[in-house]
Ligand binder design. Structure first.
Ligand code: TXE
Length: 498
């Protein structure tokens, strides 16, 4: 039985007047559920519900908001296996990663719940007597979440957890490839007891529901993860309204392997970084920059290791890599493989769509490794699939120059046993994240996450201590208890007793 979902507005699932679309398993082609394409009127209704709920939610003491988040974390934990399997069925990452996707939301909700009892401001001395100065965090108001398909529970978990603890109701527009994960996640939030209107979901396409929301005058902040072009568009809409916007727009992340690197460790890291989630992580290892002394050895071992990966249905625990998420993703990745071949990059392994038997029903591409020229497109552009570009560097400076030569700046990594290279890389790599002796993936929720350059504005940092910045603004409060008019900057003479 294919489940039919509606919209979740003001605490109730409702039927929609919009046309419907299907969500499918990218490994088998099976239809999983159908969803409405939310209309402009329905987005209006969701935004209105969020606006109406704002007053009550912002006045709910933050520790009490935290208790509801903690309850949501418990429910997610109880349903982790069920949700993890849905992530795998709808998005195509292997089941261990499907569970990990849910775990990230559990972790972040647990972390964010604690913020309800912190949410620190500052008290600062006044220049005048009998006067107190402090700062308070204020929620920005209704927030629009626009999320991608690659982390269909984790990314909504990060964004919503921070928004909700800050006191902001949410209107959530998930990717049209993964609405079922989103709906199941929202069911958990509903069960946790968020008041009506605090959590709303409007499924649909980006160019309709997403755009209505990005442009809606009632939305005070957009939290977006997706492609660069869409992100720029959302940024423009936000600028016109002078509202906050959080943008995380992908990467062309590199591992640098210095000549003293532990090759065994490096290979494990590269396989996981490049082919985990079939390369469809914003932090995926898309480039491997190898010191020339190590290059031949690494290139030989890479092909051998990539060929050993078991490709298949991601729900099978033994599978190492599943399909890519959609026909569009498949076409895009195959196009890049074609570009690599046409531009003269050397194909070391893979390069084909898998066909025959169970592969015929899904979007399976071989783990692919190219030795590439640093000026060519495979060295510079985000592919977002199981394609690794290997580049040769003369020395440390050359490796860093290659790493920094792209328009993105999300994640980066260096494998070395020499502290000097490790510490220099922390300073020299133009990226929001640097790993030492670990691949470019594996963010933890208690640390800031975001990038530089076209990955997004550097004031965008999700998770960690910075998550609240995304959904609050600072209010400065002066309390004068002197009982007379005191003038800052003017009454200075009195202060020094002149
Ligand atoms: O992204 P889109 P897609 C990159 C990756 C991938 C490419 C395309 O390279 O191959 O983007 O993927 C909504 N107004 N990343 O098509 O279109 C859309 O419905 C408002 C990297 O999935 O950017 C979805 O909810 N919203 C990335 C979300 O934006 C709009 C993860 C992302 O969709 C909209 C995913 C509009 N005009 C893809 N158009 C990462 N940072 O990791 C679309 N949307």
């Amino acid at each position: 039985m294919v489940q039919e979902y509606g919209l979740f507005i003001h605490g109730k699932w409702r039927a929609s007047k919009g046309k419907r679309f299907e969500t499918r398993n990218p490994a088998t082609g099976e239809v999983l559920a159908t969803f409405p394409l939310a209309t402009a009127d329905e987005v209006n209704a969701a935004v209105k519900a969020a606006k109406d709920a704002f007053e009550g939610w912002r006045k709910t003491p933050a520790p009490r908001r935290g208790e509801i988040l903690l309850e949501a974390a418990r429910i997610l934990k109880r349903k982790k296996e069920e949700l993890g399997r849905i992530v795998t069925s709808e998005m195509g990452k292997v089941i261990a990663e499907g569970r990990g996707d849910v775990q990230e939301a559990i972790d972040f909700y647990t972390y964010a719940a604690g913020e309800g009892r912190r949410m620190f401001g500052e008290t600062v001395p006044s220049e005048l007597p009998n006067k107190m100065c402090m700062t308070l965090r204020m929620p920005v108001g209704p927030v629009g979440l626009i999320t991608p398909w690659n982390f269909p529970v984790a990314i909504p978990g990060w964004k919503s957890g921070a928004a909700l603890i800050a006191g902001c109701p949410i209107v959530f527009k998930p990717s049209s490839l993964t609405p079922l994960c989103a709906a199941k996640f929202v069911e958990c939030l509903d069960e946790a007891g968020f008041p009506p209107g605090v959590v709303n979901i409007v499924p649909g396409y980006g160019t309709t529901a997403g755009q209505y929301m990005a442009e809606h005058p009632g939305i005070n902040k957009i939290a977006f993860t997706g492609g660069v072009d869409t992100g720029k568009h959302v940024y423009e809409s936000a600028a016109k309204k002078m509202i906050k916007v959080g943008l995380e727009l992908g990467g062309k992340n590199a591992i640098i392997a210095m000549d003293d690197a532990n090759v065994e460790l490096l290979m494990d890291g590269v396989m996981f970084g490049a082919f985990g989630t079939a390369g469809q992580r914003c932090t995926a290892t898309s480039r491997l920059i190898v010191h020339e002394k190590l290059y031949d050895q690494v290139v030989d071992e890479l092909a051998e290791r990539a060929e050993k990966l078991r490709i298949g249905n991601p729900i099978d625990e033994k599978t190492d890599m599943g399909p890519v998420a959609s026909a569009d993703q498949e076409a895009k990745v195959l196009e890049y493989i074609g570009i690599g071949k046409r531009e003269g990059d050397q194909l070391l392994t893979g390069g084909k769509k898998l066909a025959g038997g169970p592969y015929d029903r899904g979007f399976f591409i071989q783990p692919t490794v190219f030795a590439v020229n640093r000026k060519k497109r495979l060295a510079l552009e985000e592919i977002f699939g199981p394609v690794l570009s290997v580049l040769k560097a003369k020395d440390y400076e050359d490796a860093v120059a290659i790493a920094n030569s792209v328009r993105y700046g999300l994640s980066s990594s260096i494998y070395t046993n020499d502290l000097r290279w490790a510490f220099r890389a922390m300073q020299d790599l133009e990226a929001g994240i640097t790993y030492v002796n670990a691949p470019t993936i594996g963010a933890e929720v208690q640390l800031p996450f975001g990038g530089t350059k076209e990955t997004g504005p550097t004031d965008t940092r999700e998770a960690g201590t910075t998550a609240l910045e995304e959904f609050t603004y600072w209010k400065t409060v002066y309390v004068d208890y002197s009982g007379r008019l005191q003038k800052a900057q003017i009454d200075t003479a009195k202060l020094v007793g002149e």
